[in-house]
Design a protein around this ligand. Sequence first.
Ligand code: 5AD
Ligand code: FES
Length: 359
Amino acid sequence: MNELKSILETNSISVSDLVSLLKSNGQQQQQLFQYASEVKKMHLGNKVFFRGLIEYSNICRKDCYYCGVRQSNKTIKRYQVSDIEVLQAANLAYTQGFGSLVIQSGETENKTFSRKIEKLINQIKTIGNGALGITLSCGEQSEDTYKRWFDAGAHRYLLRIESSNEQLYRKIHPQNKKHDFRKRIDALYSLKSIGYQLGTGVMIGLPFQTHEDLANDLLFFKELDIDMAGMGPYIEHKQTPLYAYRDLLLPLHERFQLSLKMIALLRIIMKDINIAATTAMQAIDAEGREKALLVGANVIMPNITPLKYREDYLLYEDKPCVDEEADACKNCLEARIHRTGNTIGYNEWGDSPHSMRKK
Ligand code: 5AD
Ligand code: FES
């Protein structure tokens, strides 16, 4: 354990050290998990925060090769949740004691959409006198739109870089202006300069992805000085181009283990950020999110999208909780979280100490 600490607690941890820990198994992996859990306890206590997740729309102008809601997938029904349903879901989140909401959406970039989200933020902010924190995850937008949404009251933004290796990014996206790696990086910096608490993340176990890529992703998060991270295993989807490369993939349980190691390492190198136990973890392992909590994650995003839309937001196959009402979700989650020795931070925004410290 001491050896592990001395490797991890240097100021400039190397890619090769991270790679060797990402490849660890057996006792070394157990020590890594144990240490990450200690770091979490020391810096964040044992509190888990909920974010009620509204999957606002599956309409998307992009064509990411991995994603089930890509524009070219003509087999799905496109939807946008109505204003009234968003507000009902937000009220539900409020009464359940979820301190925050996430509005996640396929990417639409036009004035109507931008104004619509702005109006919804304003309306959500009237619930309980601004009680709910609002996180947005609506893709790449103009700086003006990001500013409007921030001024309306959203204070956190999630935009996954998906992979910080430009070559790999180009392999998993079409080569055109809509899917420009540099633009995505610029968007991250723009969100940060506007004042959002910034979240990003990557998929783990993508075809063509190496352990070096993942190690560099971790260093990229540190360099960007993010406040939150959402990472999970890549899960193939039949109606997407990357499905053709499924033979290159690690077996699911290995992708899952690798994801746990990514979470543990990120917790150790960025001690006080928020890290989500993502739905994709649960898609592979029924207890995936709990296992993520045990190695450093501290945020869970219960799905509060109206049920009738859920099966149209399948980013990947076998997505869990497609038919579970939000309150059923809450009860089941509560018990699961308590079993991990964590408690739940009800009625709190749950901003990361990292972001508070920066203030
Ligand atoms: N497997 C796992 N995660 C995926 N996402 C999209 N498609 C997949 C997939 N096939 C993730 C992306 C995106 C987030 C909303 O969902 O990282 O940013
Ligand atoms: Fe919608 Fe990638 S397919 S953002």
